[in-house]
Write a protein that binds this ligand. Structure first.
Ligand SMILES: Nc1ncnc2c1ncn2[C@@H]1O[C@H](COP(=O)(O)OP(=O)(O)O)[C@@H](O)[C@H]1O
Ligand SMILES: [Mg+2]
Length: 165
């Protein structure tokens, strides 16, 4: 599902070059559950941004879900981000004016999926993250842990995430 080969990401800041990833090789199979751990600054976020097509590598190969992200055009990368990936950001990135249900369903709405189909999937996800009674709340009415669970539900909304359950 995820393959990288000699993946490198350098950040250039004026005279200085920071090597965040220096030749990463990983292979993750479909259905595998993987944790990437390491000290602050070791490159975890950089790697996840490359896997999520939020950033492009300096060099090396990266293929996710059959898409070669090192050579894919922006339109392909955009579709990949919208339809294939779920990310729980460190600070959640919930939309403040949307309800819990609307935040969770947003990735599907952006794909033009029908409202009742979205509602059905959101209905199935909310109890799984313990938020069945928080449908119409806004993010600011939630605790930190509840916001985090909304972000988790949103990351799991894609049909592919459901199919592999
Ligand atoms: N946009 C950036 N510009 C310059 N250096 C960066 C940037 N993002 C991350 N870095 C540097 O790259 C290294 C890896 O960062 P990061 O991937 O955020 O680490 P982690 O998530 O493991 O804490 C760190 O030394 C960090 O300072
Ligand atoms: Mg990080």
């Amino acid at each position: 599902m995820i393959h990288t080969k000699n993946l490198k990401r350098h950040y250039v800041e004026g005279e200085r070059t920071v090597t965040a990833l220096d030749g990463v090789d990983i292979d993750v199979a479909e259905g595998e559950f993987v944790s990437i751990t390491g000290p602050s600054g070791c490159g975890k976020t950089t790697l996840l941004q490359l896997i999520g097509a939020l950033d492009t590598p300096t060099s090396g190969a990266i293929t996710v879900a059959g898409i070669d992200l090192s050579s894919a055009k922006e339109a392909t990368r955009t579709r990949f981000r919208r339809e294939e990936v779920g990310i729980v950001f460190q600070f959640f990135n919930l939309l403040p004016t949307l309800t819990v249900a609307e935040n969770i369903g947003l990735p599907l709405r952006l794909q033009g999926i029908r409202g009742d189909a979205i509602r059905e999937r959101v209905d199935a996800l909310l109890p799984m993250v313990g938020l069945a009674d928080r449908f119409t709340h806004l993010p600011r009415q939630l605790s930190g842990g509840e916001m985090q669970r909304v972000a988790i539900a949103r990351a799991l909304i894609h049909p592919s995430a459901f199919a592999s359950r």
